[in-house]
Design a protein. Structure first.
Length: 249
């Protein structure tokens, strides 16, 4: 298992034009030692329906990078609320992929969308879209209606989810932590803000949205060390970078 981790959440790549800055960051990751794994905590794309007819060159470019890198380091991909069927369609592209979460010892990663129990519109949309019948139907219509349907879903996600982006469900987060084992650390995205919450020795760390300031998080559980890392400074992990101290909100 990896000894150190980089984490990225909520990049919201639009696929409307080349996302060169994001892929330059991935090129920097490729030059790092192999003991540094990377976890993509969801909403890397503004919309990703991983079926024929719905994807474009940016999705394929990302998958190609993951396939190459997983031979050298751990590549974990967790679906966000803007990504559908990625784990089922491309299990070969990642060391581990899932619709829900990933755990390594006393550390867990998840997107965080289902912590927010007040987001009822998203729950309904998730139920409609994330099942085997819908997947089959979308696969059938993809070659003909894929682009127009993808545009519709993208707009729906923007209008149904924005009210909850700035809402952090304090009590739900504490309830979630209380159900975890002792000394557990949970990393999540989704809320677009850097937050830290603790409960009885358990900790929830919420990542900043990459889309806002091109920031990742770096975690070395052996130290332990946790820091917010600008994308431009990822290459510095080859040595001993002067890291920016992470602070909770």
């Amino acid at each position: 298992m990896s000894k150190r981790w980089l984490m990225v959440a909520d990049a919201h790549l639009s696929c409307c034009e080349p996302e060169d800055e994001f892929f330059r960051m991935l090129d920097s990751v490729s030059r790092l030692p192999g003991d540094i794994g990377i976890v993509f905590l969801g909403d890397i794309f503004d919309l990703w329906i991983a079926l024929r007819g719905y994807e474009n060159e940016e999705h394929r470019r990302f998958l190609d990078w993951c396939r190459r890198e997983k031979a050298r380091r751990e590549i974990v991909f967790l679906e966000g609320n803007h990504e559908f069927f990625v784990a089922k369609t491309y299990p070969d592209a990642f060391s581990y992929s899932d619709e829900d979460s990933y755990r390594d010892g006393t550390t867990q990663w998840l997107h965080g969308d289902r912590i927010n129990r007040r987001d009822h519109s998203y729950k309904i949309l998730r139920f409609i879209l994330r099942n085997i019948l819908t997947r089959w139907f979308l696969w059938c219509i993809g070659p003909t209606f894929g682009p127009s349907f993808a545009h519709y879903v993208r707009e729906r996600l923007r209008t149904t989810n924005q009210a909850h982006k700035t809402y952090f469900p304090e009590q739900a987060a504490l309830n979630y932590l209380s159900s975890c084992p002792p000394d557990f650390v949970v990393f999540a995205g989704h809320f677009h803000d850097r937050l830290t919450r603790t409960s009885d020795g358990r900790t929830l760390e919420v990542l900043p949205a990459y889309a806002q300031a091109s920031e990742l998080m770096y975690y070395d559980p052996a130290v332990p060390e946790l820091s917010v890392l600008p994308a431009a400074r990822v290459a510095g992990l080859c040595g001993s970078p002067d890291k920016k101290e992470a602070s909770g909100s």
